[in-house]
Design a protein around this ligand. Structure first.
Ligand code: PBG
Length: 399
């Protein structure tokens, strides 16, 4: 049977119909929020290339963690920025260094109600900005770095990290960290391995976010963009070394890698929508060139559709807020719109400057505003229709 009996459009006629047949959904528990905490800050510091994202103070970090908990996020991923750096990245190992003491403080605040993960890498802590120790020839010394990672993983687990996430792409890092954790009595702490992590220009804004000292690049240890089969090798090695979860990074430009990984992985697969992906959406939206909310939602749906169990995204709190608002809001076109939640992710604390959005995300437009016979929706400045029913993105009912 084919056309005219076959008409795929039948299942697309209304938001409710589309919702019923949506193959992919987003839920707050799919989203992991990366957060930056910087030693010595007295107020949250905006990151200019990531409008809406800040470096947290140790105090505002706790507020952000509480908010993540209240929103029902999957977890947070902590990055620490020390006041002083050295060639060995010592501040990353110090139990009282910024990252380890922040892990402890966050866990004290949120307990087991939020999964607290920590970035296990040296680049934030070294004065040369590399992810490992640099030898006399200027190369990153894989095996010497492993010993440091092992110690760092134990320090993070001791501080209370629920998950450690090695992101340095050293060969053998998962096995060494697993062994060290087990020997130190942290058998229960899982490893989220940045398994297929590419040397990527999309990390650009992150360099500002962590005040990176790097001058060169990471091409000798992170993967090379042309390679697809090699990603499976990396994933398989990490699985064999005992990774409890694996990650693909960046996300949007590597959806083929994500799809391949999901097909072979017998553990959950994360994908990291990185700083440059965020910055590009923000920049285009700020110019009125794209519909911000539509593109954010679509980008995350695409990452989930490609196979990600969960997504690390700087949008995690904001999107979770939207999802809650959509579920709480009335589905009837005649009822008033739901109130905007009080916890606005773009304003982690009262003292945080709120970045102006060209397109402030208002509560969703009335469902089916453009149904036949109704008045046409107003036109947006960015040229897109406001016909974005809040039920249209395939969001699930939450029990
Ligand atoms: C390394 C690390 C990086 C990112 C996360 N962990 C930087 C890099 O590998 O160069 C990038 C994240 C982002 O761009 O959002 N510790």
């Amino acid at each position: 049977m084919s056309f005219p009996e076959q008409r795929p459009r039948r299942l697309r006629r209304s938001p409710a119909m589309r919702r019923m047949v949506a193959e992919t959904r987003l839920h707050p528990a799919d989203l992991i929020l990366p957060v930056f905490v910087r030693e010595g800050l007295t107020a949250p510091a905006p990151i200019s290339s990531m409008p809406g994202v800040v470096q947290h103070t140790e105090a505002s970090l706790l507020t952000a963690a509480e908010e993540a908990r209240d929103l029902g996020l999957a977890g947070i991923m902590l990055f620490g920025i020390p006041a002083t750096r050295d060639a060995q990245g010592s501040a990353g190992l110090d139990p009282d260094g910024i990252l380890n003491r922040s892990i402890r403080a966050v866990k004290d605040r949120v307990g087991d109600d939020l999964v607290v993960m920590s970035d296990l890498c040296l680049d934030e802590f070294t004065d040369h900005g590399h992810c490992g120790l640099v030898d006399e020839t200027g190369e990153v010394d894989n095996d010497a770095t492993l010993e440091v990672y092992a110690e760092m993983g134990v320090a993070q687990a001791a501080a209370g990290a629920d998950v450690v996430a090695p992101s340095g792409m050293m060969d053998g890092q998962v096995a060494v960290i697993r062994q060290a954790l087990d020997e130190a009595g942290h058998q229960h702490v899982p490893i989220l391995a940045y398994a297929a992590k590419y040397a990527s220009g999309f990390y650009g804004p992150f360099r500002e976010a962590v005040d990176s000292q790097l001058t060169g690049d990471r091409k000798q240890y992170q993967m090379d963009a042309p390679n697809r089969t090699e990603a499976l090798r990396e994933v398989e090695l990490d699985l064999a070394e005992g990774a409890d979860m694996v990650m693909v990074k960046p996300a949007s430009a590597y959806l083929d890698i994500l799809s391949d990984t999901a097909a072979i992985s017998d553990v959950p697969v994360s994908a990291y929508q990185v700083s440059g992906e965020y910055a590009m959406i923000e920049a285009a939206a700020a110019n009125g060139w794209i519909n911000r909310r539509t593109v954010i939602t679509e980008s995350l749906i695409a990452i989930r559709r490609a196979g990600a169990t969960n997504v690390l995204t700087y949008y995690a709190a904001e999107v979770a807020g939207w999802l809650r608002e959509e579920l709480a809001g009335p589905r009837s076109t005649s009822a008033p719109a739901a109130p905007v939640p009080t916890s606005s992710p773009s304003a982690p604390s009262a003292s945080t400057p709120v970045h102006p959005r060209v397109e402030p995300h208002t509560t969703a437009a009335p469902v089916e505003a453009s149904a036949p016979g109704e008045t046409a929706p107003p036109t947006r400045t960015d040229g897109e229709s406001t016909d974005e029913p809040r039920t249209d993105a395939g969001f699930p009912p939450v029990s």
